[in-house]
Design a protein around this ligand. Structure first.
Ligand code: AMP
Length: 505
């Protein structure tokens, strides 16, 4: 199969050829004809499958072969709206629109929070065909009357599951209310929870169904490995691996995950001290700092990007060779998302997890989820001390004990109260990254609630009650979810540093 046989317009074929793509990926082979047909689409595809081109190419084709529409002010009206959960993903999708649409006379813009409104207002005034946006900032514009969505013909919800995960359900409903009833709607999601099904039922009309990667399936192009290591030697081992200590080949582009923002900062400092260039990317970083870190990393000027799960959402880097779990995620699904950053669209990648005795329970959860055992390999000189005992892991104001029980952090981090899930309080949720975090932070600029964690149990689009999923950067793992681990006791501590510190929230 070729892109030509899919029936795409010549200017698109030229742009595809410039990008160096010769064969459509499976999602593209299925989604492109379905979207060109004009019908709705429900597509199950994770990042790395080529899904962005899967909707961008036919969207551009349809707009370029359709008639331009003018808005009330006589300017080009928005005919396509792409909603994404994060700023990074919005920027990347719009980049794809520009890449594939470079030979077409179509105008696009990206809109997200954390940056000034006025330049966006100016751009909107000039008129655009395609708008890629995060929901929060989009609603801010709609409320200010600077955005007219009444002519939208195509709507794309990209990574819809993450949007719901991050507490955007009400924002999505509000956006839908701004759009014409008659339109082509495309919903992309890595998973099909009841919430997603409800959203699809509400939004889509007799959609074509495409699923290319089953839920929680890890990509076979990714070589996964666990390096068991002593708690205190993780940093050293990481520096050793990056410097090529294992096979003499230094690593040049490494995405590293930590659970907490302060852990990301400390690891970044350590790596820089070791002469390895690194920058942290997390919710406490300004949008400017995050954009710069990502650009330097993509350009190959920065060896390591150290990220928390939320900040890393939607990061798309071509053929990222190395992903390191410096700390395993406390939510097993995050492992799949993390390692999905490598081995993309057929490229070979390596995902390495540095696992200390405290994290054996997390590792079991992950292996159960992905239905396979991850090979363990001790790096010579870094064998863990067999007598090292598991210690509790501190996540915000909660302590996960090795026996699976949870306790209260005796030194709760500032600002942790009132957020995060505890007992009946529930919550926290993935939406908590509102302080300039990956979540659309447009509103926090204006002193409004930019989206703290959603409340315990929230109503899905279709009215289904669902429990919010806790996330380490902000909230502890759900009670009881941690399987029993070999016990011992010991003082609560962060597993990436010598003493409890106060993670900034
Ligand atoms: P996505 O799943 O949209 O995040 O895309 C993953 C990566 O695959 C992106 O870096 C694209 O540049 C790349 N890609 C998309 N389509 C193709 C293709 N047909 N052939 C090779 N690479 C592709």
């Amino acid at each position: 199969m070729t892109f030509e046989t899919l029936g795409l317009a010549e200017p698109l074929l030229r742009a595809i050829s410039d990008a160096g793509y010769t064969t459509p990926t499976p999602i593209q082979a299925q989604a492109i004809p379905a979207v060109l047909n004009g019908g709705d689409l429900l597509a199950g595809a994770q990042t790395g499958t080529g899904k962005t081109a899967g909707f961008t190419l036919p969207l551009l084709h349809r707009l370029s072969t359709g008639e331009k529409v003018l808005n009330k002010r006589g300017k080009i009206a928005i005919r396509a709206l792409v909603l994404t959960p994060t700023r990074e993903l919005a920027a990347q999708v719009e980049e794809s629109v520009q890449t594939y649409g470079k030979y077409l006379p179509l105008k696009s813009m990206v809109m997200f929070g954390g940056v000034g409104m006025q330049p966006q207002i100016n751009k909107l005034r000039d008129g655009v065909d395609i708008l890629v946006a995060t929901p929060g900032r989009l609603l801010d514009h709609a409320q200010q009357g600077t955005l007219d969505l009444s002519q939208v013909q195509i709507l794309v919800l990209d990574e819809a599951d993450r949007m719901l995960d991050m507490g955007f359900v009400h924002d999505i409903k509000k956006v839908l209310a701004l759009l014409p009833a008659k339109k082509q709607s495309l919903l992309f999601s890595a998973t099909f929870s009841d919430e997603i099904k409800n959203l699809a039922d509400r939004l889509l009309n007799a959609p074509a169904l495409i699923e290319v990667a089953r839920r929680n399936q890890t990509n076979d192009a990714i070589a996964q490995k666990v390096h068991p290591v002593g708690r205190e030697r993780k940093k050293e081992l990481l520096a050793h691996l990056i410097k090529g200590g294992q096979d003499g080949q230094p690593w040049h582009q490494v995405l590293i995950f930590t659970r907490m923002k302060h852990g990301a900062n400390r690891l970044t400092d350590y790596l820089n001290d070791q002469g390895i260039s690194a920058m942290a990317i997390h919710g406490n970083k300004s949008q400017g700092a995050r954009t710069k870190a990502l650009a330097d990393f993509k350009a190959g000027d920065l060896t390591c990007l150290v990220a928390t799960d939320i900040a890393a959402r939607g990061i798309d880097i071509d053929q990222l060779p190395h992903v390191v779990n410096f700390e395993l995620p406390n939510v097993a699904e995050d492992y799949v998302h993390r390692i999905g950053r490598t081995g993309r669209a057929g490229a070979q990648g390596e995902a390495v997890s540095l696992v200390c005795v405290d994290e054996n329970g997390f590792l079991k959860d992950i292996e159960r989820l992905i239905k396979r055992e991850i090979p363990k390999e001790i790096v010579p000189g870094f064998a863990p001390d067999p007598n090292e005992r598991a210690e509790p892991i501190v996540l915000g104001r909660t302590v996960l004990n090795p026996n699976g029980s949870r306790g209260r952090n005796p030194n709760p981090p500032a600002g942790a109260n009132g957020r995060g899930g505890r007992g009946g309080g529930g919550g926290g949720g993935r939406g908590g990254d509102s302080r300039g975090g990956s979540r659309d932070g447009g509103r926090d600029n204006q002193g409004r609630s930019g989206g703290g964690g959603r409340p315990a149990g929230h109503t899905g689009v279709g009215g289904a009650k669902t429990a919010p999923k806790p996330h380490a950067e902000h909230a502890p793992r759900a009670a009881g979810a941690q399987p029993a681990r070999g016990n011992n006791g010991g003082a609560p501590r962060h597993n990436n540093g010598p003493r409890l510190t106060q993670p900034k929230r």
